[in-house]
Design a protein around this ligand. Sequence first.
Ligand code: SF4
Length: 385
Amino acid sequence: MLNSESLNNILENKVISRQDIIEIYQNAIKDSSELFSVAQNLRKKFKKDSVTFSKKAFLNIVNLCKDTCSYCTYKAEPGEEKLSLMSKQQIFELLQLAKKYRCVEALFVTGERPEQKYQEARDWLKENGFKSTAEYLIHASELALELGLFPHTNAGNLNFEEMRELKKTNVSMGIMLENISERLTKKGMPHYLAASKRPKARLEVLKNSGKLGIPMTTGILIGIGETVEELIDSIFAIKQLHQKYGNIQEVILQNFQPKPDTMMKNVPSVDENYFKIIVALSRIIMPEMNIQIPPNLSPKSYQSFLSVGINDWGGISPLTPDFVNPEFSWPKIDKVDENSKNAGFELKCRFPIYPEFFSFVSKELREKISVIENEEGLVKEEYWR
Ligand code: SF4
């Protein structure tokens, strides 16, 4: 029996309210042990003793972006050294290499509709024979699939038609909600110059993914000036979407890390215990959800998050950098394996789609998955190790 009535209610599967969660949070900042223990209990109940990851290659297709978020170091300007405008040949070669490394996922990332703002992006599309970034992504996804990799596209606010086309080749797609708060889009806030980050626009994309039956990865960014209530509301917003459409396959909890070349360079990174409390709250709000933290953003302590509710490390690449967080390289898969084992968990490789969502994809995609799938719906050990 726990001291907290709300936490006892969670263990008894009773519905808990936003107010209950706020009270649990207020108690946890004084002593987080009960919350962590309940989160761990739920994690073990629904996710057993394993922790998953996706062996991926990160294809930085184009990092020009029509928006500006105050924390972003991914976005490039024309002429910058980090500018990426991948040609068809470069994509082909990187996909071939990824297959050689036995990657499973081809992660396609772009800035937000670069062709709307930059002549360079329009020229690049023309040179490669496409009218839009989305059209280029459809081509790249087809190529990945032909080469035996599974595409997962994260290209900002794609529209319904674009997503419907990409669903033919992408086993899942991704878009971060970031936060449900309109306040973060106001003057002086991180999303002020990023129309695509308006909560309504993001929710629209997530709703469309639900209508289309696309297994979807979303998540929140923690530490960008939001209040804890806004974080809790964001987690509830994701929960509600999932209750309505059933297609949210995982929630990424990403801790903000300041980047030297950004407007938020002097904002401190998030306190680790606070971050753990948010992770644990996410688990108790969504007990059965796949919950992920990126191990490279907590390099010294990521394994300790296994005891507060997470069950996934997200994509880890043996081949390409994390272009979104270039100063944080991914740990070696062997090291993640060892650290997971030391914490009492078995590392397993998943597809960019979790097994419980296999029924969402076409027969053709399902057949391709089955080629390297084990009896748990995960990737065969002999393929990824
Ligand atoms: S976070 Fe995304 S939308 Fe914002 S500036 Fe960077 S690439 Fe553009």
